[in-house]
Design a protein around this ligand. Structure first.
Ligand SMILES: [Zn+2]
Length: 66
């Protein structure tokens, strides 16, 4: 029986799709954690917080000039 091969979403290495591979579609636990970590980082980022910091910084700079 020919086994199916998929591409690891993290490192794009060919991964054999088999029951023994607990980390599929990832090639290893490491790649699985990297992918999950990257996703978590994105979702925890609050949109706008960086912009607010930037605006506050600009206002502070402006005040020093006056
Ligand atoms: Zn991988």
């Amino acid at each position: 029986m020919k086994s199916k091969t998929v591409k690891c979403p993290t490192c794009e290495k060919p991964v054999e799709w088999k029951q023994e591979n607990l980390h599929r579609p990832f090639c290893s636990e490491r790649c699985k954690l990297i992918d999950l970590g990257a996703w978590a980082d994105e979702s925890h980022r609050i949109p706008g917080s960086t912009t607010q910091d930037f605006t506050e910084h600009l206002t502070e700079q402006e005040g020093k000039h006056h």
